[in-house]
Structure formats: C-alpha cells, structure tokens
Design a protein around this ligand. Sequence first.
Ligand SMILES: Cc1ncc(COP(=O)(O)O)c(C=O)c1O
Length: 501
Amino acid sequence: MASSLLSRQLAVCLQHNLRMGAPAGCRYVSKTATKTMVEFEYDAPSMKTEVPGPRSKELAKQLGEIQNVGAVHFFCNYEESRGNYLVDADGNRMLDLYTQISSIPIGYNHPSLMKAMANPNNLSTFVNRPALGILPPENFPDKLIESLLSVAPTGMTRVQTMSCGSCSNENAFKAMFIWYKLKERGMRLPSEEESTSCMINQSPGSPNLSILSFMGAFHGRTMGCLATTHSKVIHKLDVPSFDWPVAPFPRLRYPLEEFARENAQEEDRCLEEVEDLIVKWRQKGKPVAGIVIEPIQAEGGDNHASPDFFLKLRSIARKHGCAFHVDEVQTGCGTTGKFWAHEHWGSDDPADVVSFSKKMLTGGYFYRDELQADKPYRIFNTWMGEPSKNVFLSEVLNVIRREKLLEEVTRSGKALLQGLYELQSQHPHLLSRARGQGTFCAIDLRDENTRNDVIQRTRNKGVLLGGCGDRTIRFRPALVFKEYHAHQFLNIFSDVLRDYK
Ligand SMILES: Cc1ncc(COP(=O)(O)O)c(C=O)c1O
C-alpha cells in the first residue's frame, strides 16, 4: 500500500518533470546556433534579473544565519532545470558549462534518470541505505558488474565504492600503503612492536611512508588528500600536513602541437625531478609508496601533459616499486572524449589505481588485484558508497552508449576549442592559452580580476562558467552538450568580450 502510494507520487513527479517548459523570453543568439536535435530541454538562456537576483539574495541572508554562505553563488530551482540549462531561484535560465563543479553527467532531470527513480523495482534501493561492507544487498555484485565493472580501466577487475572524491583518494592512499608494507613484510605477521606503536602514531607500526604528488595538483581536502593537494593556499592554511615529496608538474605551452620540442624538454625536467625526489625521500627514511596524478590538472588551472610524460612516469613508478594512482575524479566519465582520460595515453597497463567520483555519481577506485588489502576492516567505513548511485550510473552508461555521447563530446569539444582559438586571436590582450581535450577545455584571462569579472558578466547574459587556477576559465559542460550549445555559448561569450573595456 505504502509502496504503491509512493510510486504514484513518483509517477506524478515524472510527468511533471517531463513536461516541456515553453522557452519563454528566449534571447536571440545567432543563426549558427541553430538547434539541430529534438530534445527535452529548453532552447536558450532566458534572463530576468542579474545573478544573484533578489530571491537568491534573500535566501543567502536566511542561510547565512545558519551556516557560512561565502561560497554560495545563487540558489537554484532544480525542478525547473532541464538538460544543459540550470534555472535559478529568480527564474533565470542559464546554459550550464560548469555543471555543479563538473559533476552532472547527462544534464538536469534527464528522462532516463527520472524513469529509474520512478521504477518501483528500484524503490527499496533508494529508501534503504545499507552498510555495504557488512550487509550488502543481494543484487550488489550484479549491479557492480552492470555499472562500474563495465567501464573498468584496462588491467583492473576490482573496484571499491566510496562516497566522494576525497574519501576515494584517501582510501586509495591507504590501500597503497598497505600494499607497500605487505610487500616488505612478506609472509611475516606484524611484530608486537608494530602493533603497539601504531596505536600511538609512532613507527614502525605507523610507518614513515610517503605519497609523491605534483605542484598544482588537487586530490581533495581530507587530511591525507590535502597533503597531496597543492592548488590554492585557502585549502591548506593552518592544517597540519605530512612531509611528502612534491614534484613540479610540467608547465606546457599551447597549442601543444606547436611547442612539441620545448614541451618535451619541460616534461623531461619534471621527470628527472620526480626520480630525484624518490631517491631523496628514501634516503630520508620516508620511502615513496605511491605516486598520485591527475591526467589533466583541473582545479590547479587545467594543466596538460603528454601521453609520453605519463607513460614515462608510470615506468619510473614501476622501477622504484611505487604504486601509480591516476586520479580521474574530474577527468573521468567521458568528458575528454574517451571514457577515461588515461585512455588517451594508449597504454594497456596505465595504472595500479584509478579513482573516480563526480560524473560517475558514486565515488570509488578501481585497483589491480595486488592492491587488495589482506584483511577486512582495513579499508572500511559505514556506508562504503551508495547502491542507488549504481542504479543511476547504469542508466547514465546506457545513455552514453545509446546516444554515442563520447562521439558527441569529441564533436562539441572541437567546436568549443575552435571557437576559443578564434576568440583568442580576436582578443589577444584578454585571452591566451586556449586548450582542451573533448569538452574539457580552458582558456586564460589576463589576470584574476578580469577572469572573475568576465565570468560574472557572462553569467548575467545567461551562461554559467567556473574558474580554476589563478586566472583560468574552465569549461565543464555535461556529456549532452552539443555543437549547438557550443555555438550558443561562443556567441554570448563573444558579446561579453566585445563589450569588455
Ligand atoms: C581531481 C580531483 N580529485 C579529488 C577531488 C575531491 O573530490 P570531492 O570534492 O568529491 O571530495 C576533486 C574535486 O574537485 C578533484 O577535482
């Protein structure tokens, strides 16, 4: 009885959400931005107020009495948002190229996800959140095979789900440390001294091992992850950290094809430094158990490196007995035109660990068999992920396959990057270093204030953008972002730049 009532409510909600909103108040963009596909979403941005508008400001005041709202941009109306368009609390409808910090895979209120939500067979998965490590549901292995394992990176047959990006990385680091010590200890059981010393955070039980990371990296904000995050002071200030090695990340010149020789030299310099650091930290008594890296540094300013760099780094890790962890929290799930960004490297042995979250909807990490912890509770928490997210992920993967979204991302990404190149050549005093892979694109502004101002002006004209690094705009649309949307954005961005003094 209760369940049929709930399903009726969900069916009503589904009908409501599938109703096409009339595209009232569309502004003219340009003839080249003609919509080519029949979609369930809106046609164009529609702006009623500046953003944040009066309603958002009122809500910020109210929430400000409860918590810190310094980072809140504006309040949203998620019911009215569709596809690539986010609607705010003042009724402004914006083309979203930031997608909740790059975490919406197939747009807002996608009909396939609404359908999964309304399916009575999924109800118990949504209602009951299990402690997965001890009492998983009986369909859990099948659901993992259908969702996560169907996109497992080459060489990886194991996956551990987690809740967010940071806790995925945090636990992946622990898995690398455990793996390193198990290798060292061999068949020997932990000594009495190891068992007692770990309880008071002393070696040898809490060993002086380290993780090597890169300047500009972002791997999260929990204590271990924060020790490998080096993108912004605000994330790190006043928080104690580990003495772990930090290598330079290549600072390349763009377009990459034009500066291949200089860039290769820069990458070699960084790789040499990596090897030096590994040796130095071993001598210091803090051996490097793992190397962690993003395929494209995102939060740190969209910094790219070549496949050759990553393949050489992988070899260095192997040579020195370090695990190699590729953090695909932001680059994963199709946004670069391949399902995983590391697939662009063309390696059949890309990594020992690949972590994910954001567009994958569930956090977690894939890992090679050797990195399986030897005992239960070594990698553990209460929820260890969320099975309902696997249901949604299966639907997302179906949509990606059915609608050939990786090809779509490649196509719209090309249009986006080409447009950025053109704008950069029209506004050389404002724009530089256009770069990208798929729709994972970025461009630099002349300084931080200009970047922030351009983002604000573009938002008031109906396009939502995000920043990264100190003067970069990053483009992170959903996978349903089409060439049509790229042109719509470029027209609006072009207007903003033209008016910019
Ligand atoms: C590459 C990368 N790793 C880890 C994280 C941390 O993820 P979360 O914010 O879900 O903890 C992020 C978040 O932006 C990220 O971009």
